[in-house]
Design a protein around this ligand. Sequence first.
Ligand SMILES: [Zn+2]
Length: 303
Amino acid sequence: MRINIFLIVIIAISIMPGYSKAAVQIFACEPEWASLSHEIGGDKVAVFSATSSRQDPHYIRAKPSLIARMRKSDLVIGSGASLEIGWLPILLRKAGNSRIQPGELGYLMAADVVDTLDKPMTLDRSQGDVHPEGNPHIHLNPYNITLVAKAVTDRLVQLDQKNIDHYRRRQAIFLKKWIEAIKRWELELGLFKDLPVVVHHTSFAYLENWLGLRRIATLEPKPGIPPTTGHLRSLLTAIRKKQPQLILRTPYDSAKASTWLSGKSSLRAVKLPYTVGGDEKSDNLFSLFDQTLLLLKGALHDK
Ligand SMILES: [Zn+2]
């Protein structure tokens, strides 16, 4: 009889709302890291993404619901390199969770495990929203995903030692598939080599670097400063000589500036998904890259 009551209690707890069998609670600052956490953690992790593809990760409000999530998290994964500087430190302070503070096992910033691009020679705030650690939008080079996948696995292994084999096995499966996908994507590198592009913000620096795209201008006059009519007019003259073909933007950039420039020139404005969930087909990291290349090819083809 006593055993039966024990069983009933266990069943009752396990069907209670919010109960999770997952061993590790992950707070992902951006959807790409939520997706990668799922790939490596599987059913041993419960993943929460603080932002969606429609939100600009530079500017998020430190809402009480995010603080509550952070309070019960075991691992925070962000892009780092100051991308979340306007909101993550506030959340960390207010949540008061000692396990996820900088320097702890539960704090992982992706930019810390890759080589960042565009590191400024001098730090001059008059140049706009410049990140001293380099460009933080690191996830659109697939080799960076490989490095971050290893770092995520290392952390999970240390945080949840009962499931070491599970994480290592999932990492191996993911990386095998990922390396095969990179080979497939790179068959098309020739299409993009030296292709001149204009971008809204420097969100695609790592994609440009991987594909060999040549960024010749940004719609923002300085990083983080919205496009102005004056700047767009001067671009119109400047780009005539350089003959760019595409204007790239994310789902969270306003379409206004790229639509205007596209209307006044032969450039084609392309909205890329940028992150997981950025369009209906990009539902994981693999389809994010598939879709990005497909949209770029389509835009070139239609010209
Ligand atoms: Zn940025």
